[in-house]
Write a protein that binds this ligand. Structure first.
Ligand code: ASP
Length: 366
């Protein structure tokens, strides 16, 4: 019996070792994991100056460090996500909060969502103007309202009632985003032509208590009109978290992410893949004289290795690509693997774990 348990444990450990990442069972004390993004898109080395490249990396590292500090201090995944996203919302290089893209009418309409993997509580806001930190307003919707999603003027009224910080319209303006709108109008281009990178921001985290959280914040797509809302605030499309599977934040062509239900689809696939892999391993456990397995592998103890999780995530992003959409996702699995997948040439991204992984990257080949 002991030998069998040992061999099963060895197989579980071997699965996790494949990806070069340590296995991290949910109940492991003191372990945490985080992944962040600042948008996906056409990001080629040739188009980047060394200064710009360095500035983006510094911003990503600072945001990642803010999330790491929360998690390493035993803070919650929700607080880590908020710490990362608020930082990137204030950074005008990214399309969220300050630096958000312009709508067709020259305004900024902000979307954001946050989700708690413990009980799948969620809060989202859409088409809001003037709010400095949309992610904080989304969290207030989750905690201080009976609703999941508020939009437009109603969401702003709620924000005022909650004492959320507002900034004047000019605070959100940047020359680069204005030029993108002007070029789009002058040359009759689509948002995809001028939004060479999407620039939405997001974070996903697993805290030392085994809880997952996800958050996403964006200005949407340049020149949007008619109250267009993207995937970021749509729970299950651009944002999702469930302690039983994973936490996901997306960036890209929102309409496709909504149609595929990207974030929820990834979590569902990971949940079923874990059960399927567990079943495969269970089938290898010998049975006694009555045909009863001598041991049961409980799914709560089973680790879905990073390679298999990556396959499922890539399959969902492949589906987005097949429909004609592009973009990327960051994922932290319930076992603590921080993973990326994108079908663009690059994605501003970063990830870190309590095991010492700590990296930021931009291009697809790094
Ligand atoms: N996904 C966002 C949207 O469609 C855009 C982005 O990722 O930058 O609104």
């Amino acid at each position: 019996m002991k030998r069998i348990l040992e061999s099963v444990a060895a197989m579980v450990a071997a699965c996790a070792a494949i990806a070069g990442m340590p296995a991290m069972a949910q109940e492991d004390e003191g372990r945490w994991s985080i992944a962040i993004h600042g948008g996906a898109g056409t990001l080629d080395r040739a188009d980047m100056t060394p200064e710009r490249d360095a500035a983006y990396r510094a911003s990503l590292q600072a945001a990642l460090d803010a999330g790491k500090a929360v998690l390493a201090g035993g803070g919650s995944a929700l607080d880590a996500v908020e710490a990362v996203v608020t930082r990137l919302e204030d950074d005008e290089k990214f399309n969220a909060g300050r630096g958000a893209v312009f709508t067709w009418d020259g305004t900024h309409e902000l979307d954001a969502a946050i989700m708690d993997g413990r009980d799948r509580a969620a809060g989202a806001i859409a088409g809001v103007t003037g709010v400095r930190h949309p992610i904080m307003l989304a969290r207030k919707v989750m905690i201080d309202s009976p609703h999941v999603m508020l939009a437009g003027e109603g969401a702003e009224e709620f924000a005022h009632e909650q004492g959320v910080e507002f900034m004047p319209p000019e605070w959100f303006d940047t020359d680069a985003r204005r030029e993108a709108l002007e070029r789009m109008k002058a040359e009759k281009l689509s948002a995809l032509d001028v939004d060479i990178k999407f620039g939405t921001v997001g974070a996903v985290a697993l805290d030392t208590h085994g809880n997952l959280a996800a958050g996403t914040s964006t200005g949407g797509m340049t020149g949007k009109r008619w109250g267009r809302i993207g995937d970021a605030p749509v729970i299950g499309a651009g944002t999702y978290a469930d302690n039983d599977s994973c936490a996901v934040s997306g960036t890209g062509w929102g309409e496709y992410f909504i149609r595929v239900g990207v974030a929820h689809e990834i979590c569902t696939r990971l949940r079923y893949r874990l059960l399927a892999e567990r079943d495969l391993l269970q089938a290898t456990v010998p049975t006694d004289a009555d045909g009863v397995p001598v041991d049961y592998i409980h799914s709560a103890e089973f680790v879905l290795d990073a390679d298999k999780a990556q396959e499922e995530i890539d399959a969902v992003m492949g589906d987005v690509a097949r429909l004609g959409g592009d973009g990327g996702v960051i994922v932290v699995t319930r076992d603590g693997f921080p993973l990326f997948s994108f079908n663009t040439t690059g994605m501003y991204r970063g990830r870190a774990t309590s095991e010492g992984l700590d990296q930021v990257a931009i291009y697809g080949d790094e």
